[in-house]
Design a protein around this ligand. Structure first.
Ligand code: AMP
Ligand code: MG
Length: 336
């Protein structure tokens, strides 16, 4: 049988198409525990299996580097010795943390560590309400001015220690997404606790739909964000909390008062291309509250967008996300 030139092309196209659909069909997933939370990474298409494996390894490596409680970590050693010759990763993390600290007038502050410890928010500690006197004493060692960085040496004041719980998952998702892309996988979804990172588009070429949890009932959603290749990070008082004498206390502390932030918000979700920024900002905006966050947004609308859920269950969405946010509930738009 003689195959014409045209039929030949058709056959090649069909073969190529069936190969590409095979590749799209391949899916790899890993669920694992790191950074004190359950994480899931799902990758699709080319090299998905090795991408997931390398991403999990990298997150575990970063967990060992940044953990406050692991005695082998760089941060643990820094907190004990008050100085460390920082690795590239730790220096990058400090840089991002310091940038967001300045940008948010101190609402994000990694020197919060002694307060988190006093409130008992670390695994293995008993959660408690510290006395006002204790909080005032501890506050003396909280603040960016207690950290000095000279080239690669990080030095802390005598009573100061640092906690990267509000940003480390962002750094981890940034690195993991980079590794996945470098490995040739163009479609993946990472869910690291409250941090979601979309790599590229869904395998069918459409946008990823990221649910924003209903803070009153996490099994339900307050809305959905449709995104491509970006980080979506949520901070909420509901994520880690305890009740004492009928009052709720959560893990996001206002560095200016030493108490759990009480700014009128139940949750904040931040969308940004920069995972570290998204993570640090979600914590900071939760501390700052709606009005101050709206001012910050108007000055930095190219850097991030956000969805806020207030104590009254009102939903506010920044105007750069207006077309990507869908909800059964009414929502208001924050204009630039
Ligand atoms: P996230 O879930 O990203 O909002 O981070 C919350 C975690 O960040 C807490 O469990 C603390 O380890 C740490 N943290 C709490 N308050 C602050 C703050 N104001 N600035 C920086 N880190 C904080
Ligand atoms: Mg955060």
């Amino acid at each position: 049988m003689k195959i014409s030139f045209k039929t030949g092309i058709t056959i090649i196209v069909l073969i190529a198409f069936s190969f590409s659909s095979c590749m799209v069909d391949s899916r790899s997933e890993s669920e694992f525990f790191a950074m004190d939370t359950v994480m899931t990474i799902t990758a699709y298409g080319d090299n998905s299996e090795s991408s997931v494996k390398s991403a999990v390894e990298e997150i575990n490596r970063l967990d060992t580097l940044f953990s406050v409680q692991n005695q082998n970590s760089e941060i643990y050693k820094l907190n004990i010795n008050k100085y460390v010759h920082g690795s590239k990763e730790t220096l990058e993390l400090f840089n991002c943390a310091q940038m967001v600290n300045t940008m948010t007038n101190g609402a994000f502050d990694v020197t919060i560590e002694p307060l988190i410890r006093e409130w008992g928010f670390y695994t293995g500690l008993e959660k408690q309400v510290p006395t006002q006197k204790k909080i005032e004493t501890v506050l003396d060692s909280v603040g960016a001015e207690h950290i000095k960085i000279d080239k690669e040496t990080i030095v802390l004041d005598k009573d100061t220690s640092v906690d990267f719980g509000g940003i480390a998952k962002g750094y981890a998702s940034k690195r993991a997404a980079q590794i996945i892309k470098e490995n040739g996988t163009s479609s993946a979804l990472l869910s690291l606790g409250g941090n979601v990172r979309a790599v590229g588009k869904k395998p069918d070429g459409s946008e990823w739909s990221i649910a924003i949890a209903n803070p009153d009932d996490n099994s339900k959603q307050a809305g959905v964000l449709n995104v491509i290749d970006t980080a979506v990070v949520t901070s909420g008082g509901y994520q880690r909390c305890f009740k004492y004498n009928g009052k709720n206390y959560h893990h996001i502390i206002d560095p200016h008062t030493g108490y759990p932030a009480d700014s009128g918000l139940k949750s904040v979700s931040v969308v940004s291309q920069d995972d570290c920024l998204a993570d640090a900002l979600s914590t900071a905006l939760f501390v700052m509250g709606l009005d101050n966050s709206a001012v910050l947004y108007t000055e930095n609308s190219t850097l991030f967008g956000a969805v806020f859920i207030t104590d009254e269950n009102e939903i506010y969405v920044t105007d750069n996300l207006e077309k990507s946010f869908f909800s059964d509930y009414d929502f208001k738009v924050i204009k630039k």
